[in-house]
Design a protein around this ligand. Structure first.
Ligand code: ZN
Length: 219
C-alpha cells in the first residue's frame, strides 16, 4: 500500500456559471469525451442543479454530445457526471430488446430519445422488478438491481417545459439508474452483490428472468 502525500480535492466545489460554461466547452470540444469510471469523484458528488448556467445553444450542444457518447458506447442512458460534467442532465434512448421473450419479461419496449434536466422520481405503485443491469462507468460487470417497476419522473425538457411523466418497465429502470447518477449514486450501491457477474460469465444468465442466476449464485 502506498500513501500519497498529495490529496487533490475534486468535484465538491460548486462551479460558477462562467466556470461551468468553460468546463462544458472544454469537454465537448473535439472528439467525443471519454466516459469516466468508478473511482472518479465526479461520480460520487451530487450534480449541480441546471439553472441556466448554459445558454440554449451550449445546452443543445452538450445534450447532442451526450447522445453521441451514449450511442458510441453503446448504452441506453448517460448522465452528465459520466463525462465529468457535474450538471443534473441525463439522456435516455433504447431500441428495446431484440428477443421477444426478453422484451416481454423485462417490459423492455423502445424508448425514444429523451433528455432530462433536473430530474427526480418517485415510485408509481408498489411493484418491484429485479433484473441484471450494467453501467458504462463500471465496465466489465453486471449485477441484479431491484428497482421500482414504474416511476413518476418530474423534470424539465431542454426547451424549458416542466414535465411529469410515468415510466414503466425498462424505461423506468433507465430513469432510476440515470437519476441516481445525478445524486452521486452508482447501481452497485443498490445491487444484490452476490449476483455480480463479469461480462465473460454473464452469458450464462441471459435468460429473460434472473431465476436461474438466483439459484446458481445464491442471491
Ligand atoms: Zn450508469
Amino acid at each position: 500500500m502506498s500513501i500519497s502525500d498529495h490529496h487533490p480535492r475534486h468535484g465538491s466545489a460548486r462551479l460558477s456559471a462562467d466556470a461551468m460554461v468553460d468546463l462544458v466547452e472544454t469537454v465537448i470540444a473535439g472528439d467525443l469525451p471519454p466516459i469516466v469510471t468508478a473511482g472518479h469523484p465526479v461520480l460520487r458528488t451530487p450534480a449541480q442543479e441546471f439553472d441556466g448556467q448554459l445558454d440554449d445553444d451550449l445546452l443543445g450542444r452538450l445534450i447532442a454530445c451526450m447522445r453521441s457518447v451514449m450511442h458510441a458506447a453503446p448504452g441506453v442512458g448517460l448522465a452528465g457526471p459520466q463525462i465529468a460534467v457535474p450538471l443534473r442532465i441525463a439522456v435516455l434512448e433504447d431500441q428495446g430488446a431484440g428477443d421477444d421473450a426478453v422484451a416481454a419479461a423485462r417490459s423492455r419496449r423502445p424508448l425514444p430519445f429523451t433528455a432530462l434536466v433536473n430530474p427526480s422520481y418517485r415510485a408509481s405503485g408498489d411493484a418491484m422488478a429485479a433484473f441484471y443491469e450494467g453501467c458504462l462507468s463500471v465496465p466489465g460487470y453486471q449485477a441484479v438491481v431491484e428497482r421500482h417497476h414504474a416511476v413518476e419522473a418530474t423534470y424539465t425538457q431542454p426547451d424549458g417545459v416542466s414535465t411529469t411523466r410515468i415510466f414503466e418497465g425498462w424505461p423506468a429502470r433507465i430513469v432510476q439508474h440515470e437519476t441516481d447518477h445525478l445524486n452521486g449514486r452508482l447501481y452497485l450501491d443498490r445491487a444484490l452483490l452476490r449476483s455480480l457477474s463479469a461480462d465473460r460469465e454473464h452469458g450464462r444468465w441471459a435468460q429473460p428472468t434472473v431465476e436461474e442466476a438466483r439459484r446458481g449464485l445464491g442471491f
